[in-house]
Write a protein that binds this ligand. Structure first.
Ligand code: NDP
Length: 613
């Protein structure tokens, strides 16, 4: 392997030197993918509506208290009270906007962290960079990886700090948005009969928010107890997010799914259930966690701006950039560093893409070999250990971290049932889960089967949005999404969307949401200052951005086509191009800052007073 100038690069290619055979690994990965591919792709799942609607009920809130429908006017309506909506509210408040109403389906703020309260729930990203607005709220998390309850409480604290409870409505779902051209405002309707008028609307309804169920034959015939991990039924299991599920002591429990959620709840189910059957289709990669309490001395030493510096450090490192020091130093960043070790910074740009990809692949094989070796080191039964080994590249699935998951399979009451050859659980009867021709009789089935992906109400058309002239967003986007910077679309004035679409993406997505919220708040502040009648990109600006997204789109096809199926690769039917900004989030955030600083806002402010700043 050499650089274009002929000088050698350090990546070894020889199996003997490497200690493994890349060709053999490649072949194994492909075989593992092939035996899992299902021709129906995403259609194998079903929504938790209609006869399955009970999987979506809120187990945490009392029945929605009756209230009179609201018929009033606010300056900004924010759809969704998770971190996206909270950040939008907080940044708008900082920009001087007083009249903000957050409209939220759950009984309180928190979004993901409101709904997901399963035992063991923790954030898999370091809390100091994941939990937003720490300095503004005056809080330092108690653990390097915070438990869900602490994160949910922090969401509530943001609501209090920024006065967002004042006008918020909970247990309320937005059912439609309609633009009123004459009044230059949105009509927001909800399932509680509200008719709210809003000058601006920000949608922040999440991308992994709708639970999904597998379409397993007979699923509706099960007569025992059942729920989805995102609506954990503590009335049935006993205990709380810290575990102690004492009511399961005499129960036979099936958990279907082994993704990031299952990795966290399995140790508690294994410890407390009479019998636990874990039904696995594809094993997760499970790396060391190493959670630890926050050092009070370190917390006291933090100087203003520390959170932004830390978040930027992580984002730069995990997206292939160079930093002087790895401030996070965990599983995410060590993998990024491993890749960089094989591609020295001075050689990175000089390497032709093919050689760069080869170096990445070698680093990936090394990382996954480590992950597989860890399974052998922890799991005592060799057959079970074999089943728990992931055979795919590191980012084919969300990597996971746990110091208790693999250990759980050493317990005598825990059985791992591999379902890869039958493409998942074969069927469900009134009292059993069937796999490999065996019926496992159980009292309870818990579905850890994940969420509909990238389907916000807006993109799916389930939340009808009627823009100027009554045109729906679904019609305007019939040939694909059309936005400027992901935020706004021509014909849909004063509507801002948060999310990764035609914007940035990252494993620490709350960081991206904060950049988005900051941008929206600055644009709204400028629109107010210059008394703009509306905020809307021209059709030309929108077309240019769509072209930029296409031109820069990372071609993930080759990588994803070799992955075992899952939601990262559209269930084995990878899309040709990514819809996020191809140069990555660091470059995208710089682009937005530059756009704001250099007159970009004039492009979207319609009938604004001249800029006299
Ligand atoms: P996932 O979609 O990751 O996992 C679903 C699981 O269900 C997979 O193991 C899947 O197998 C399995 N499955 C689906 N259908 C069947 C079937 N018919 N038979 C057997 N098994 C089946 O959902 P999660 O809830 O685990 O995680 C979703 C996302 O939520 C994560 O990727 C992450 O982004 C986020 N998350 C984040 C956390 C954090 O700390 N930040 C913690 C937890 C989740 P297969 O893989 O073969 O499809």
């Amino acid at each position: 392997m050499s650089r274009p100038d002929g000088s050698p690069v350090s990546t070894p290619a020889d199996p003997q030197e490497l200690g493994f055979d890349p060709a053999a690994l490649r072949a194994r990965y492909r075989a593992e993918r092939d035996r899992r591919i299902r021709p129906e792709g995403g259609r194998q799942y079903q929504r938790v509506t209609g006869r399955f609607g009970y999987y979506d009920e809120d187990p945490y809130a009392e029945a929605a208290p009756l209230r009179e429908p609201l018929h009033d006017r606010v300056e900004v309506a924010v759809v969704g009270g998770g971190f996206g909506g909270l950040l939008a509210g907080a940044r708008l408040r900082q920009a001087g906007v007083e009249s903000i109403r957050v409209i939220e389906k759950g009984g309180d703020f928190g979004g993901t962290w409101y709904w997901n309260r399963y035992p063991g729930i923790h954030c898999d990203i370091e809390s100091y960079i994941y939990m937003p607005l720490l300095e503004e709220v005056g809080y330092v998390p108690r653990w390097k990886y915070a438990p869900g309850e602490e994160i949910r409480r922090h969401a509530e604290a943001i609501g209090r700090t920024f006065g967002l409870y004042r006008d918020a409505v909970f247990r309320t779902q937005v059912t439609g948005l309609r633009w009123d051209e004459d009044a230059c405002e949105w009509h927001v309707s909800t399932d509680r009969g509200d008719r709210i008028r809003a000058r601006y609307v920000v949608t922040a309804s999440g991308t992994l928010s709708e639970a999904k169920l597998p379409g397993i034959p007979g699923i509706e015939t099960f007569e025992g107890h059942t729920f989805h991990t995102s609506r954990w039924d503590y009335a049935y299991t006993g205990g709380d997010a810290g575990g102690h599920l004492h009511r399961l002591a005499d129960k036979r429990v099936a958990l279907i799914g082994t993704g990031a959620t299952a990795i966290q709840c399995v140790p508690h189910l294994g410890a407390d259930a009479g019998e636990l059957y874990v039904f696995q289709r594809t094993p997760s990669s499970v790396d060391v966690r190493g959670n630890r309490p926050t050092d009070p001395g370190w917390a006291a030493s933090l100087s203003p701006g520390w959170q932004q510096r830390r978040r930027d450090n992580f984002l730069t490192l995990v997206t292939g950039g160079q930093v002087d020091e790895d401030l996070i130093d965990d599983g995410w960043t060590s993998t990024a560093r491993l890749q960089q070790k094989l591609i020295p910074s001075d050689g990175y740009r000089a390497l032709p893409p093919k050689e760069r990809e080869r170096a990445y692949e070698i680093a990936d094989f090394q990382k996954m070999n480590e992950i597989r070796a860890r399974v052998d080191a922890v799991v005592t039964d060799p057959e079970t250990a074999e089943m728990l080994k992931p055979w795919y590249r590191y980012m084919c699935k969300r990597p996971t971290f746990s110091d208790g998951y693999l250990e759980t399979f050493n317990r005598p009451n825990v059985t791992l049932v591999d379902t890869a050859d039958s493409h998942g659980v074969e069927s469900i009867t009134e009292n059993a889960v069937v796999a490999g021709g065996t019926a496992y009789e159980v009292d309870c089935i818990i579905f850890g089967t994940g969420f509909e992906v990238g389907v916000s109400g807006i993109t799916s058309g389930r939340l009808p949005v009627h823009g100027a002239g009554g045109v729906t967003l679904a019609e305007a986007w019939k040939d694909g999404p059309r936005t400027l910077h992901g935020f706004y679309s021509h014909g849909f004035p004063n509507l801002f969307q948060l999310g990764p679409l035609q914007n940035a993406s990252s494993v620490n997505f709350v960081h991206v949401l904060d950049e988005q919220a900051t941008h929206v708040a600055e644009v709204v502040a400028e629109a107010r200052r210059r008394r703009a009648r509306r905020v809307e990109p021209t059709a030309e600006a929108e077309a240019a951005w769509v072209a930029t997204i296409r031109e820069k789109a990372a071609d993930l096809y080759a990588f994803q086509a070799e992955c075992t199926p899952g939601y990262y690769n559209n269930e084995g039917m990878p899309r040709k191009r990514s819809e996020s900004y191809g140069d990555g989030p660091v470059a995208f955030h710089a682009l937005l800052r530059d756009w704001r600083a250099n007159g970009g806002m004039s492009e979207v402010l319609v009938d604004a007073e001249p800029d006299r700043a």
